[in-house]
Design a protein around this ligand. Sequence first.
Ligand code: PAF
Length: 280
Amino acid sequence: MKIVSTIEEVRAQVKEWRKEGLTVGFVPTMGYLHEGHASLIDAAGENDKVVVSIFVNPMQFGPNEDLDSYPRDLEHDAKICREHGADLIFHPTPQEMYGESFYSYVDMNVLTEELCGLSRPIHFRGVCTVVAKLFNIVTPDKAYFGQKDAQQLAVIKRMVKDLNMPLAIVGCPIVREEDGLAKSSRNTYLSAEERKAALVLSRAVFLGKKMAGEGERDAEKILAAMREEIEKEPLAKIDYVKMVDLETMQQVKVIEEGILTAIAVYIGKTRLIDNFMIEK
Ligand code: PAF
């Protein structure tokens, strides 16, 4: 497995693979990899070659967010990538990605105006811009994203469709700790007490899923039960608990197939997300 930091090196490597007629799978990440990322690298193994990018993208962090404290550990990440059969890590600097000046953005409305887009107004512009750049650099056949960031996955799928980007987007299931907490690099911010409190997210998600599975169709009844569950935890502060149509991100009153139930909750200062889908 190679680790490179320049766009030129990635392009040269992919060009060689293309000459041999090989397919390329791509897993974009911000590093500090865990089993969730590992599952994406495993899924990308359906291609002949797998590229993983590790780049903490400054453009998707708001002014008061955790850009500086976001955890980084390239050695640990390289070990996980190697163990899961990745062929190339692209680990650029912000300078390599954005140069001295940068004027072009990929932005989206509608899908970014609800859920995380409300509390993180510039986030999805940063995500779309960096992911579009990474797709142009790596030129993969398929790219892999986790369902935990369900809104991000919907936004990327829409960007690829709207802008006719020539690749397929593959969504992969949420990976959880044994006790239910969805894996996230941000879980490392939690103190022991907060880590216990954070279980309220998966408890609320499992409760909502159970109610929907048992036939409850009134969105507000399910959301109220989920909110009540979260509010029992003194360290938790709700950002949102919502049900939306995944195609439009508009809130729904009645549950049907293709509905996303998504939550964002602060545990102390750490903002965590979780969700479940009513499958089509
Ligand atoms: O999900 C992430 O880790 C990031 O948003 C992504 C897709 C790598 C873009 O920086």
